[in-house]
Ligand binder design. Structure first.
Ligand SMILES: [Mg+2]
Length: 408
């Protein structure tokens, strides 16, 4: 059976959704920032990109190029709503859908195409139309088609904005000889740099090397991955997407402050705030974990510590007790700009023994969950974080916590 995969990627997602809702922003260079006062552009509109203002630029660079650039704080709730609509569209086409990030998905139509979708390219156009109907006429998408996920993703990457492109046996070699590694999913900056030492910049060039030769430079794992890419085959890392992990292995949360922190009450309050979110996510996914990690970052220094327990935890108070203990190991020799905590070694929470003393805690926590689920996280929260600006849960572009955000 012939495998056919579609990769759909919305153009300039964060900026496009804002332009869809606010017509006065259309046809204008727009930069999306995380929050008021932030200087990094986490997304830019297609008009800004045309001027050379890309994702990751900072406000000062952007203003040098175009002083009137419009800056808008991101609206993560809106993006998540739009992603849920996209997910529905994709799942109406095939049951085999993998949401890769907020605005990207792989749709495997191999099992349904013969009767329902004779032409993958036509289907691609239909998807583009459906997206416009559901999300608005300003929203355009690229659709890539290939016989595996690598080729589908490359196709959508190099397609002209708002178009459909199929990679097949006829154009495969030409495309692999013309694209650069930065266009290839999974090949990061460091690997691209290493390959430059061999004067290799295009995937096709790798066909002239053996696995051993490449292995000396990048190690055996990447040598094999790269050779697969050179022939347009799916690398192992993308094949892994096929096997849905039974559950997430860890849940973490980090926040970068607007200033440096050194007051203990403030620091503890922020840590508690982060614990609340991690526990809320952990419980919603019906998991429990037994490794707790804390990372504190100063301007040039960092502190990391973790503890692995013999039993599982899933309550806010337990998590905070351990985070406070780890925090006590830090000798407080710098001011903190970034905080991160993580609960790892997660397992489904019906498969592990809880400490008996926590049964009461479970009842309290369950009541809290119900109220927060109905009225939003932090509706009920302890007095310790009341006076602090609350740090809200946040959707990242990568959907590391897709089970939580999309209710998969
Ligand atoms: Mg996109």
């Amino acid at each position: 059976m012939k495998t056919t995969i579609l990769h759909v990627d919305i153009n300039s997602y964060f900026a496009t959704i804002l332009q869809q809702e606010n017509p006065h922003l259309r046809h204008k260079p727009v930069g999306v920032i995380k929050d008021e006062g932030r200087t990094c552009l986490i997304a830019t509109s297609k008009e800004a990109k045309q001027l050379g203002i890309g994702t990751g630029s900072n406000v000062y660079e952007a203003r040098e190029i175009f002083p009137e650039i419009i800056l808008i704080p991101a609206s993560f709730d809106r993006y998540l709503d739009a992603t849920k609509k996209l997910k529905k569209i994709f799942e109406s086409i095939s049951p085999d859908v993998y949401i890769y990030s907020l605005d990207e998905a792989f749709i495997n139509i191999s099992h349904c195409q013969k009767f329902i979708y004779p032409q993958a390219e036509q289907l691609g156009q239909q998807i583009q139309q459906k997206i416009k109907q559901e999300l608005g006429s300003w929203v355009t998408a690229n659709v890539g088609i290939g016989n595996n996920r690598l080729l589908a993703k490359i196709a959508s990457e190099i397609a002209a904005k708002g178009s459909v492109l199929e990679i097949n046996q006829d154009n495969l070699d030409g495309i692999l000889a013309s694209i650069e590694f930065k266009d290839v999913c999974g090949v990061g900056y460091q690997l691209t740099k290493k390959l430059q030492r061999l004067n290799v910049t295009h995937p096709y060039q790798l066909r002239f090397f053996t696995a051993e030769e490449l292995g000396v430079l990048v190690g055996p794992f990447w040598a094999n991955e790269l050779l697969k890419i050179a022939y347009g085959q799916e690398p192992h890392l993308l094949t892994l997407l096929e096997k849905p992990s039974s559950h997430m292995k860890s849940i973490g949360r980090s926040i970068t402050g607007f200033r440096l922190y050194d007051r203990e009450d403030e620091i503890k309050s922020i840590l508690f705030n982060l614990c609340s979110e991690v526990i809320d996510k952990t419980r919603k996914m019906k998991l429990a974990g037994r490794q707790i990690t804390i990372n504190l970052y100063g301007q040039n220094q960092a502190f990391h510590d973790h503890i692995t327990l013999k039993y599982f935890i899933e309550h806010l108070d337990e998590m905070f007790i351990w985070v406070k203990k780890l925090y006590q190991h830090w000798n407080k020799d710098f001011k903190i700009i970034k905080f991160a905590i993580r609960l790892s070694l997660l397992e489904p929470n019906d498969q592990k023994p809880l400490l008996p003393s926590w049964h009461k805690q479970e009842k309290i926590q369950t009541a809290l969950d119900k109220i927060n689920a109905k009225y939003g996280l932090f509706t009920l929260h302890p007095a310790s974080i009341m006076k602090q600006h609350l740090i809200r849960p946040e959707v990242t572009g990568f959907l590391g916590d897709r089970d939580y955000q999309l209710g998969n």
